[in-house]
Design a binder for this molecule. Structure first.
Ligand code: DQA
Length: 147
């Protein structure tokens, strides 16, 4: 089973970016943590981060033939991107949306996710653990399809 983790804009700055909201771990730290968790679940994981909307769309499109599922933190594009939502729907791949912070507890504009309706569900507010919970959610979902 192969899972692609997608990260949107400014998540490359994790560790120094607003640590009160997003924690002290870098994206690399989170990736290392997820790789270990994935090994325990016997799942293969890869990671991609871009600050550019079209690059994220391209990656979702090319994931179709290579991956079984997506875990995506679209970051600010969560609240604006019809293109990313449409790309997830277009490839028809199971996806889980994740956020470090609880987007429902923050500014009004963050409470709307354009991308979540294209996903199985959303995990929000558990810091770096949202990535682990996203991995568990997508793995369980894909396994349930095999039974
Ligand atoms: C975020 C929440 C978004 O509103 C914000 O734009 C981000 C990070 C999160 O993980 O909490 O960049 O997706």
């Amino acid at each position: 089973m192969k899972i692609l983790f997608l990260n949107g804009p400014n998540l490359n700055l994790l560790g120094t970016r607003e640590p009160d909201k997003y924690g002290n771990q870098t994206l690399k730290d989170i990736e290392e943590y997820i790789k270990k968790e994935a090994e325990l679940l016997n799942v293969e994981v890869n990671f991609y981060q871009s600050n550019i909307e079209g690059e994220l769309v391209d990656k979702i499109q090319s994931a179709k033939n290579e991956y079984d599922g997506l875990v995506i933190n679209p970051a600010a594009y969560t609240h604006t991107s019809v293109a990313i939502r449409d790309a997830i729907l277009a490839v028809n791949m199971p996806a889980v949306e994740i956020h470090l912070s609880n987007i429902h507890k923050r500014e009004e504009f963050r409470k709307i996710s354009l991308t979540a309706p294209a996903c199985i569900g959303q995990i929000t507010g558990f810091g770096a653990n949202s990535y682990k919970l996203g991995l568990i959610a997508i793995t369980d979902y894909l396994k349930s399809l095999q039974n």
